[in-house]
Design a protein around this ligand. Structure first.
Ligand SMILES: Cc1cc2nc3c(=O)[nH]c(=O)nc-3n(C[C@H](O)[C@H](O)[C@H](O)COP(=O)(O)OP(=O)(O)OC[C@H]3O[C@@H](n4cnc5c(N)ncnc54)[C@H](O)[C@@H]3O)c2cc1C
Length: 387
């Protein structure tokens, strides 16, 4: 259902004002200290954002994806990490919403919507990233429980999460489990074996997690018995949404970098004039603004298609590919506009420059994205009898 336009504008405006007042002024300091933004996350919870796309009957805001993408852009504009706190939570919530049994939906969605429980999403492993079929974590049935063993990599929000949507191998294939745990470094055979140090995207934990004989009730197989062996299908068909989200995040970071460069170009003078008067700088600003506008339109178009219930795999891939490459280029150019100051930690552009590349990698690298787009185009041509 489409979100009422006036309501969407009001919510996005509220988030934008909050980001300007309470996020942007503190983001770089927290980021440099690699400090978790507990107060900001509490405010996001108060806004109801952990229930952003969860249906109202389970206590969520039931926003359409177009509105959710606008909110993600605003959060990432202030600090990309805030959109990361939300992202894995929404991926897990959407998996339960779309593929969970009614019991599973009513059991977990209300707590997820309220932000009482926050979720992580765990597909990747040390030797299985793009190649999801190489996944090795195993779940073996023992009575009415599964015993899980294996190592999962890159689990964003993994330590603080109270629920993990976990992909593991069962005899039927790859199955998605809803793992409940206490937030913290260890819980009943689940251990955080490593905190991964990152180039950017700081203030949020991305961890390696080891499962040693951890027992999960069989009732926690996503989709019930029918979900056995269908986990990868569930996850891959949720990626459309994930890609729109990453693209929106890229627009947020790109816009922050562009705004910083635009403002600086008017303040900084060389040879007696603001550098914005030099044509070489004007060309940069023009290219940055054009890429940003094109990215925003691609995100909007993919989100609207998704909201209409149409297949948007190709469009979501295009938005993710273009917006993430653009954000990285815009961040690089913004740094160049700042000259030597862009290379210091005194201006936020260095943060955008370190944060932007993640969007090129996350939710399927852009190399994989091109494969997805091309396959989608070929399939559509075949279905239309043109290939
Ligand atoms: C900060 C961060 C947070 C993350 N958070 C999560 C999370 O919360 N949950 C989760 O499950 N995962 C998460 N990931 C993992 C992320 O999804 C993977 O890193 C990504 O899918 C790439 O996998 P890989 O790192 O194993 O790279 P690889 O798959 O090893 O790829 C290496 C290179 O080879 C290229 N390549 C691979 N296969 C092909 C091919 N067939 N054709 C052409 N090129 C190819 C890739 O594009 C890349 O350039 C996170 C990653 C990062 C960096």
């Amino acid at each position: 259902m489409a979100t009422d336009e006036a309501l969407a504008d009001e919510l996005v405006g509220t988030i934008r004002a909050w980001v300007r007042k309470d996020v942007t002024p503190h983001a770089s300091e927290l980021e440099h200290a690699d400090e978790y933004p507990a107060d900001m996350v509490a405010q996001m919870r108060a806004f109801g954002l952990f229930g952003a796309t969860i249906p109202a009957e389970y206590g969520g805001l039931e926003l359409d994806v177009s509105t959710y993408a606008r909110i993600v852009e605003e959060l990432a504009y202030g600090w990309m990490t805030l959109s990361g706190v939300l992202n894995t939570h929404m991926i897990a919530s959407n998996l339960i919403k779309r593929f969970g049994t009614e019991d599973q939906r009513s059991r977990w969605l209300p707590r997820l919507a309220a932000g009482d429980v926050r979720a992580a999403f765990s597909l990747s492993e040390p030797d299985a990233g793009s190649d999801t079929q190489a996944l090795r974590a195993k779940a073996v049935l023992d009575g009415d429980e599964y015993v899980v063993n294996g190592t999962k990599m890159w689990v964003t929000n993994g330590e603080r999460a109270g629920l993990v949507a976990l992909a593991a191998r069962t005899p039927e294939g790859i199955t998605c489990f809803i793992v409940e745990k206490e937030p913290g470094a260890s819980f009943e055979g689940i251990g955080v074996s490593r905190h991964i140090e990152k180039l950017g995207y700081k203030g949020i934990e991305t961890v390696e997690m080891t499962y040693t004989d951890h027992r999960v009730p069989a009732a926690n197989v996503l989709g019930g018995d029918e979900g056995l062996g269908r986990g990868l299908h569930f996850i891959l068909s949720s990626l459309e949404l994930g890609r729109i989200n990453i693209a929106a995040r890229a627009v947020g970071v790109g816009r922050a970098a562009y705004d910083a460069a635009f403002a600086y170009a008017q303040q900084r003078e060389t040879f007696g004039v603001p550098i914005a008067k030099h044509q070489a700088i004007q060309f940069k600003l023009a290219d940055m603004a054009t890429k940003l506008e094109a990215s925003r339109l691609l995100v909007k178009s993919a989100a609207e298609k998704f909201d209409r219930g149409e297949r948007a795999d190709v469009e979501a891939g295009m938005a993710k590919l273009f917006a993430s490459e653009s954000a990285f280029e815009i961040a690089t150019e913004a740094m160049r506009v700042h000259g030597g100051y862009g290379y210091t930690t005194e201006f936020p552009v260095e943060r955008y420059y370190r944060d932007a590349p993640l969007m090129i990698i996350g939710e399927g690298t852009n190399e994989i994205q091109r494969i997805v787009i091309a396959r989608g185009l070929l399939k559509r041509a075949e279905e239309a009898g043109l290939a």
